[in-house]
Design a protein around this ligand. Sequence first.
Ligand code: PMP
Length: 497
Amino acid sequence: MGRLPQGSRRLGRAEARWQATGAYGCIREKNALSAFKREFAICYLLFAILDMKTPELPPFDYTPKPYTGPSAEEVLALRKQFLSPALFLYYQKPMMIVEGKGQYVFDEKGRRYLDGIAGIATVSVGHCHPEVVAAANRQNETLHHATTIYLHPNIAEYARDLAAKMPGDLKVCYFVNSGSEANDLAILMARAFTGNYDLIALRNAYHGGNASGMALTAHRTWKFNVPHSFGVHHAIAPYPYRGPYGADYPEAGKAYADDVLNLIDYATPGRVAGFIAESIQGVGGTVTFPDGYLQHVYKHVRVAGGVCIADEVQTGFGRTGETYWGFESQGVIPDIVTMAKGIGNGVPLAAVVTTAQIAKSLADRIHFNTFGGNPVVCAQGRAVLQVIDREKLQQNALQVGNHLIRGFNELGKKHDLIGEVRGKGLMLGIELVKDRATKEPAKEECARVHEITRDLGLLVGKGGLYGNTLRIKPPLCITKADADFMIEVLDAALTTA
Ligand code: PMP
């Protein structure tokens, strides 16, 4: 076992088991004690009967700074009073993260966790990577801000380096601050360039929380009851596990793509501005498209005069392992690519990259974004690109990701709750079902697994319309030993849930 962080202590076997009950979260709640004792007793017994060993995090030679700020309870009270009730928290006992290093985060008590979700696929090269921190600090001390009305080397050099990572004619960058903004700009470009209005997106997609992002998103969870979707049509999600064409359906990719053609013919004037899709649907539960899907769709869309937009907000920058961009594994080159999250390792940086021809469509008017291309975030973004290449993080994502997929598939032989393991590289999902034949979503079980993994020192995400898919998207620097820990924790959680 590794050196323990300052202020933390090694969990006793009984205590770790106790935490693993998932009831830990309700200990501070009034009247919850008897329920807690009951659950605790059951789970303690289970662990004892199964003689399960408490999974141990791999050693890590790092001591977090002593934390002296307000307690988690105080922060929660402030949040309740001063922040929007629309914000949601993971876990019955909300978790406070005060420090991060590499693939790990620390809570206010100094306890270390493996970050298996990376701030939702955002921390790409690892928390507080020294080179990324140094690049941002250097720029912070020199000049925080200058908009694009002046020249600054950072935005220009960064755009050159980002364009060098793109295939085909995708060579012109526009920087913004979030994925929602990037998608908003992308569909503006698509409409301005084509002169068409209708857009096709996919059901089960997530593209943002602003008005246009919400329009493209197709999940009741994220859509407010306001008019927002003018001109947007949603095709069937190419979701082999739940959709009409399963993984063994011959030419499933083509069959799903036919629905896009059907929409063009029946729901639009036969001309469209464009098509947008995530390369793997992230929020929707890591839904991975059948081979050939995007190739067929792109053909239909281009015949109808539209452009093809790839939302690489989660799948970009090597996360999917096989390729640098998620769309590449479908053998296509989009006309517009949107990026956010992993691009900046956690700072508000996002981009739209397109061809010179499409980019010109915005030159008819002025389009301005105050913070887009800010010198500090551009310095950080450039350092991220360099670290991904130098540390071979894409290759690491492939190797560790394949190791995880093998491990999760092994767990599938043991735990009937696992309906499907899917994804690529370090963009993985495990869909849980109550019954493999009916595929009834195991929502409550997924929530329990989620709680227990946290108690055992692993943070993962949840997703899908029914919240029954575990989402695993760690920083790209995780190791095989971390992956083994993850598999062990999931094994224990699935056994106890
Ligand atoms: N696209 C995708 C695929 C996303 O996952 C998200 C965020 N979850 C967005 C767009 C919106 O990004 P942001 O939250 O930065 O606006």
